[in-house]
Design a binder for this molecule. Structure first.
Ligand code: SF4
Length: 509
């Protein structure tokens, strides 16, 4: 079986899904091959010919080889301005690759692929992407690579791990190619995005003529079932097929999911809650075995926990048995994190950064969202992390149904007051989940014709429209003298994936 991570996903670290599936298949005696087509496709594009005309693009092209080498060295991450300039130059070359393509108008960056007139939210347009696969930017790469792999290994099945909208167009183009040239192959589609699509109660598989099996949720058991096997053992993720030295980071970042779903699962705006994904933590013994194996064999520079929220039990386990490698991930504000001694222990266990969904600096808004946290607890958590020397990557959400301008200003004040404890900031405008609790309480409708959209259009009940929010963010929030420097610090394009490399006390070997 061939397992593919399709373009485009950020190239800072290997994918987590296909190594986990590979480990499971191999542990059950089923051979498989992994392909990170996202990274390979990017490197293929960068080797291609472009004809830059403006000064910036010409300079970016001239510096390409040097920049590609530098982004993989620790030195670059000691100089934030140089890093930011270099990432923008690299991205400039990627954008120019899209222009050189010429056949379809598309927006391309290090983390995004969007064909104009081919929306990943419309099943009809994805089916068209499969039919017109020759028009895809990555066609020259994937036709050559898929032929090479399929002709050598004679696979019976090919699985795609589709997690982001930016992967959808090319996933379907690759499927279209395989369907025309290898019609005997069984095509399987899984991953986070498919899981979200399939969670809709009205899901009627629009891809049934193209894709043999769509799998929602963890893929191990359903994949084994396709081979007539049952899950009888587990094994640490197997990254052995992936080009680990080629990712665009100063050392290997290893992603690891210690759970799926969320142990809190009560935030009204959250897709996890809306999609009804169950919380499935991996047991602590298995996590310890996996981390020990991966850290010993692969010697990563950084562990990236992919959990929606690291459970207190997992954090305590990491304190007791540190993985021996710096690590970061999402955590939920709670009384443990508000305890300075606990945060010092986390720091000693290798924690360099925690991502925190604070969402709002107004208590009523937090309560209406079901966050289950108080401003006092958030404040104590930020201070405890700051004292311990753990960086915070803070997520704020504007425009939830109960928020007004006045409450958004509370968030501004709260952020400014805690500016020294907030290392990085992400600002987002609320999207109404299609299936969320709030959807029934406000005037809303599904975005027309977007049959795969996970969100719905809604009229804000208090008149706090997206336009007004953008104006507030641009004119007030982002310009605040204590907040602007935090926003400026955010690594462009790679954002939280590279942020730990800039955290206090982080050192690469
Ligand atoms: S804590 Fe995070 S993942 Fe969990 S329900 Fe809330 S927003 Fe969703």
């Amino acid at each position: 079986m061939l397992l593919i991570h399709p373009p485009v996903a950020k190239p800072g670290e290997p994918p987590a899904g296909i190594p986990r599936l590979a480990a499971c298949l191999r542990a059950h005696g089923l051979p498989c091959t992994l392909l990170d087509a996202s990274l390979e496709g990017l490197l293929y594009l960068l080797e291609g010919k472009r004809k830059p005309t403006d000064t910036w693009s010409i300079r970016a092209e001239r510096n390409l080889k040097r920049n590609l080498a530098a982004i993989r060295t620790p030195e670059l991450y000691t100089n934030q301005d140089r890093y930011q300039g270099l990432v923008r130059e690299l991205n400039r070359v990627v954008e120019q690759s899209a222009r050189a393509h010429g056949e379809t108008e598309l927006q391309l960056s290090l983390g995004n692929y969007q064909e104009l007139g081919c929306s990943p939210l419309k099943s009809g347009e994805l089916l068209a992407a499969a039919r017109n696969h020759r028009g895809n930017l990555y066609f020259p790469y994937f036709q050559q690579r898929l032929r090479q792999l399929c002709d050598r290994h004679h696979f019976s099945r090919v699985g795609f791990s589709l997690n982001y909208l930016s992967q959808a167009n090319t996933t379907f183009a690759m499927i279209g190619f395989l369907r025309s040239h290898y019609p005997e192959l069984s095509i399987i589609l899984g991953g986070g995005l498919i899981t979200s699509w399939m969670s809709h109660p009205n899901w009627e598989d629009p891809f049934s003529r193209l894709v043999d099996h769509c799998i929602a949720g963890p893929g191990e058991q359903p994949l084994l079932a396709l081979f007539g096997r049952q899950l009888s053992c587990s094994a640490p993720p197997d990254y052995s097929d992936l080009p680990l030295e080629h990712y665009l980071s100063p050392g290997l970042t290893l992603p690891y999911a210690a759970s799926s779903g969320c142990y809190w699962n009560r935030c009204s705006f959250c897709p996890e809650e809306a999609e009804g994904n169950p919380y499935c933590p991996t047991d602590l013994t298995t996590i310890r075995r996996d981390l020990a194996h991966c850290c010993q064999t692969l010697r990563p520079s950084l562990l990236h926990f992919l959990d929606n929220a690291l459970s207190p039990a997992l954090m305590r386990s990491l304190i007791t048995r540190p993985p021996g490698v710096p690590w970061y991930g999402f955590a939920r504000v709670d009384h443990n994190l508000a305890d300075p001694a606990f945060c010092r222990q986390l720091k000693a266990a290798g924690c360099v950064m925690l991502k925190l969904g604070l969402e709002s600096g107004n208590q009523q808004v937090l309560d209406a969202m079901g966050k289950g946290i108080s401003l006092e607890l958030i404040s104590a958590t930020l201070r405890a992390l700051e004292q311990a020397g753990i960086a915070s990557y803070v997520y704020l959400l504007f425009g939830t149904p109960s928020e007004t301008l006045s409450q958004a200003r509370d968030t501004l004040e709260f952020t400014a007051k805690h500016h020294s404890a907030i290392t990085f900031l992400n600002l987002a405008i609320f999207n109404m989940p299609l299936l969320g609790r709030d959807a029934d309480r406000v005037e809303s409708s599904q975005w027309s014709e977007d049959d795969l959209s996970l969100y719905r259009d809604f009229t804000h009940p208090l008149g706090w429209s997206r336009k007004k929010i953008r104006t507030f963010l641009d004119r007030e929030f982002k310009r605040h003298p204590l907040i602007a420097p935090i926003l400026h610090r955010d690594p462009p394009l790679f954002t939280s994936n590279h942020a730990p490399f800039f955290s206090q006390g982080f050192s690469l070997p």
